[in-house]
Write a protein that binds this ligand. Structure first.
Ligand code: SF4
Ligand code: SF4
Length: 451
């Protein structure tokens, strides 16, 4: 398949849209539907077909990294009742791809998803989970195999539809986690035995590593980070290789892409007012997030787009966006390119709030600190200089929000720069340096210094 440039992008959009319509005609929509009086009438959920197995997969996939909890705080238990309600809604509206990992939600995501899906016939949904053997204690053959076997138990299944080598960041790390310990060979045998239906990997590395993986091995699918920020600004937007490069390399190989971080951890669903206004001016009744999904839905070699929907309101809105997806026009695509460039002018931290860096041995709430910082920028509660017109208001709002969002003993000033968190970060954030930057900013505000 050709590389996508602006012109061929539009050509592919049309082909992709036609494919979506054709598939929708055979698409599965399991379970009952609510009556028109109960909810908005939706079209059919868009689907794509896996190019070797023929699986008809919903274009919106459910990511299980951010399930709701009962109460707040890092150790708050998952809210199983609400998770059941979310999965029921998704399933009954045609979402049939569910992605999880032994790492998500302090290790409880698979179990919660298994409970919620267990009442549905096994052949009406697809399960994706991962070999998340990232910490040194998990990397031996025995520990990795145990992790793999536990996934079956927690998910209450006897086969896994899509199994991924999780979070590959470099060639040496790939060798250590999957080759030297014999795990990849073992998983290939499991596939032959029918316990794994498709084998792939999820990727957060550089170009060299990506090329190595797809030129030396055969995969049934590959999960990549792609969104309209990372598409051409991957390095600046998230520290990753451009989505355009990895997407086109996969298309050349006829290997379908599964998309993670379509909203960059929420940074493309809520943005600074001037940018929100530009999107709203085009489509006043549609959410900012819908633009990011429509961008991705325009690429035909994508099998499914994962979204970690914690709240029912987000799920309902996303189901609407995908039922069916409306691909972007050439003007939409140009607008999103402009928006991406404009977002880069704001000093956001590239954090996707994935929690992989946690726990910090010194108790810092790393994602919480970064999330609050980004939120303040997005909501206009950030002073770029002490001479800003809104400095007084922004200063107060930032300091109040910071104390509310992050307990004092878990704030940036307590970072000792041990760097233990650094290798865990898939977005390649220099966490201690960023902590220092946040703390410097907070101190300037607290002491009312000129900057
Ligand atoms: S570098 Fe700072 S944030 Fe990272 S683990 Fe060490 S103390 Fe925690
Ligand atoms: S700093 Fe990195 S690892 Fe930690 S939550 Fe953010 S993106 Fe994830």
């Amino acid at each position: 398949m050709e590389k996508i440039n602006r012109r061929s992008f539009i050509k592919n959009v049309t082909a992709g849209a036609a494919a979506v319509t054709a598939v929708a005609a055979v698409g599965c929509k399991p379970g009952e539907q609510k009556s028109a009086s109960e909810e908005k009438q939706l079209g059919e959920m868009s689907h794509r077909v896996h190019n070797t197995s023929g699986d008809v997969v919903s274009l919106l996939g459910y990511g299980g990294m951010r399930w709701p909890t009962v109460g707040s705080g890092r150790n708050a238990p998952l809210d199983q009742e609400e998770i059941n309600r979310l999965i029921d809604y998704a399933y009954n509206h045609g979402v049939n791809y569910y992605d999880t990992s032994p790492r998500y939600c302090q290790g409880h995501s698979e179990e919660a998803m298994g409970i919620a899906l267990s009442k549905y016939p096994r052949n009406t949904y697809f399960i994706a989970t991962k070999l998340s053997n990232m910490s040194p204690g998990d990397m031996s053959f025995e520990a990795s195999k145990r992790m793999y076997e536990n996934s079956f138990k927690f998910l209450q299944v006897d086969y896994i539809d899509y199994y991924l080598l999780h979070n590959i960041q470099g060639i040496a790390q790939f060798q250590q986690r999957f080759i030297d310990n014999g795990m990849l060979d073992y998983l290939k045998k499991e596939k032959e035995a029918g316990r794994i239906r498709h084998l792939g990997f999820s990727f957060h590395g550089n170009k060299e590593c990506f090329d190595y993986l797809i030129d030396n091995y055969t995969w049934d699918f590959v999960q990549i980070q792609m969104n309209y920020m990372d598409y051409r600004n991957g390095q600046r937007a998230s520290g990753n290789v451009d989505g355009e490069y990895v997407y086109n390399r996969l298309a050349e190989k006829n290997t379908q892409a599964i998309i993670m971080e379509p909203l960059l951890g929420g940074r493309l669903s809520s943005m600074v007012p001037p940018l929100t206004e530009r999107l709203k001016a085009q489509r006043p009744d549609r959410s900012v997030a819908s633009w990011a999904f429509r961008f991705l839905g325009s690429f035909p070699n994508i099998l499914t787009i994962l979204s970690g929907m914690t709240y029912m309101e987000h799920l309902v809105e996303n189901v609407e966006t995908f039922s069916p997806i409306e691909p972007c026009s050439e003007d939409d695509f140009a607008l999103l390119e402009d928006i991406a460039k404009a977002i880069l002018d704001y000093p956001m931290i590239n954090c996707n709030y994935c929690n992989y860096c946690m726990p910090c041995p010194y108790g810092l709430d790393i994602p919480g600190i970064f999330q609050n910082y980004n939120k303040c920028i997005n909501e206009g509660q950030f002073a770029f200089s002490s001479h800003d017109e809104n400095y007084k208001k922004a200063r107060r709002a930032f300091l109040v929000n910071y104390d509310r969002a992050v307990p004092t003993e878990r704030q940036a000033k307590h970072c000792i720069g041990c760097r233990q968190c650094v290798p865990e970060c898939p977005q390649r954030i220099n966490i201690p340096a960023t902590m220092q930057m946040v703390d410097d900013y907070v101190e300037k505000l607290k002491q009312n210094l000129e900057f």
